[in-house]
Write a protein that binds this ligand. Structure first.
Ligand SMILES: [Zn+2]
Length: 488
């Protein structure tokens, strides 16, 4: 027997070439198994659980869970566009006081660079017609959901010159969509796509990992698809579905509504509640600017940097020459804290309940490569002022009290803001005044009942309530009426 001595580099080269062929084969085989070439549109439906991202009742808890009785996704990969219709109901955590769950039926769309929801306006009477509402902040997430389906990922892999490399027993496939969004998938030894990772921007978390895993591939009437889809976003589950049926190439024609294509820019409307106290509305989430002797205190920096820029511009008009020294955050929920970073960049101290500071510090240290914001560019260090139950901002002429709302089921960190001299109470999410023609709820909202209990406990003398959601400022009597407290 003749011995052949293979030089080390020769062996390495031979192995690399063999592996490359296998890797390429595995991407091709995975695509062949899923019939990717013949898939233009796809519909899948199932049931399971959905979790509300960014709405944990405590910074140390996962996103709250909803039971999903029906989930129907229609995708057109060519546009790309998608519609997702969900029927869901919140699962109440043991020991947490929440409103009785009502069935929600969100109807969610994305097409190209537009995203929108179709629903009756919030707090409208029953029977009100559904309208399309632009959701520009949801575009990234919804497109990521299209490319995080097995067929979608493999289509995108071919369209974007994916790279394959061996990772343990798997082949890792990676590519970048639109020069920006990075995707990494894992194909197992059976040529099945097991996992997709991608990142989207979030105003609180920065580059946010969205990880989707697939299990139990089987034939659904002529198309291979996983029987189970699970997704995490920002470190906690957001979706957990058992797939019941899949349709290959159903008609999926999604037209962008005119109202969405021409979405208006941010507007800030002003209502003066007292001398130097300005209620700032115009969008879905309101704020209150309070003029002190030599600075401004802003209550609430909601949504995102775009909203903050609009608020900063309006405050400079209302109170020229005074810096925004403090921004008070009602609670951590992302729709209420997404604009804070812009104010930290502007030099404001963030006043927040002590549960939130460690969360912000960790989240704000994450990379922000997808959408670098003002604070990531300036590299300024954010300053926090925390409190347990109570904090007072007083410049010698006006007092602004911040009280943690005891026992609120909505969030463990949620606080109310109270101006004793002006008898103004500011709160978010625990009491949203109804639209003028809306019927009174048959059951009082427990968050609002709890708010009223806190007003009594703290002996607050309240005249106006500047709610941070809803149609406008109301009186204490309106809160009392909403919870059925019409007499003493
Ligand atoms: Zn909230």
């Amino acid at each position: 027997m003749r011995k052949t001595i293979i030089p080390a580099y020769g062996l390495t080269l031979a192995l690399t070439m063999a592996l490359s062929a296998a890797q390429a084969a595995s991407l091709q085989e995975a695509a062949k198994a899923l019939g990717v070439d013949g898939v233009k549109t796809l519909e899948f439906s199932g049931s399971g659980r959905w979790f509300q991202f960014g709405q944990a009742p405590n910074p140390n808890l996962p996103w709250p869970q909803f039971d999903v009785s029906s989930y129907l996704a229609d995708i057109n990969y060519d546009v790309p566009s998608a519609r997702v219709q969900v029927t869901r109901k919140q699962t109440i955590e043991p020991g947490r006081l929440r409103p009785a769950p009502v069935e929600q039926k969100p109807d969610l769309y994305v097409s190209g660079a537009q995203a929108w929801n179709v629903a009756p306006p919030p707090n409208s009477p029953p029977g009100t017609a559904a309208v399309a509402t632009p959701q520009p902040a949801a575009v990234e997430e919804r497109l990521a959901e299209i490319w995080s389906t097995p067929q979608g990922f493999l289509k995108a892999a071919f369209a974007n010159n994916a790279k394959s490399e061996a990772k343990g027993a798997d082949v890792e496939v990676s590519f970048t969509v639109g020069g920006k969004y990075h995707y990494i998938g894992a194909i197992n030894a059976r040529n099945q796509l097991e996992r997709v990772r991608t990142w989207i921007d979030n105003p609180v978390l920065g580059d946010t990992l969205v990880e989707t895993s697939f299990g139990g591939y089987k034939d659904f009437g002529g198309v291979q698809f996983p029987a189970r889809i699970a997704r995490t976003q920002g470190g906690h589950p957001v979706l957990d579905l058992d797939i019941a049926s899949v349709k290959l190439n159903p008609p999926v024609d999604i037209t962008v509504p005119q109202i969405v294509a021409s979405a208006p820019p941010q507007t800030v409307d002003v209502k003066k509640l007292a001398d130097g106290v300005f209620y700032l509305t115009g969008g879905t989430h309101h704020s209150v600017a309070i003029e002190q002797r030599d600075h401004v205190v802003l209550v609430e920096a909601p949504l995102n940097e775009e909203r903050s820029r609009a608020l900063i511009g309006k405050i400079a008009e209302l109170v020229p020459g005074k810096p925004i020294k403090y921004v008070v955050s009602s609670h951590l929920h992302f729709d209420h804290s997404g604009g804070l970073r812009a104010f930290a960049d502007a030099g404001a101290t963030i006043v927040t309940q002590e549960l939130d500071k460690p969360y912000f510090e960790k989240a704000w240290a994450a990379p922000r490569t997808l959408n670098p914001d003002l604070l990531s560019k300036s590299q300024k260090a954010a300053t926090f002022q925390t409190y347990g139950d109570k904090f007072v901002l007083n410049d010698g002429s006006r007092s602004i009290e911040i009280h943690k709302i005891a026992g609120s089921g909505h969030a463990d960190d949620i606080s109310l803001i109270y101006l004793p001299a002006e008898k103004i109470l500011i709160e978010a999410d625990v009491y949203t005044p109804a639209a003028p023609n809306a019927p009174r709820p048959t059951t009082p909202n427990p968050y609002s009942v709890n708010l009223y209990d806190n007003i009594l406990r703290l002996k607050l003398d309240v005249d106006q309530i500047a709610a941070l959601h809803g149609p406008g400022v109301v009186k204490l009597a309106d809160l009392r009426a909403a919870i059925g407290q019409t007499t003493n």
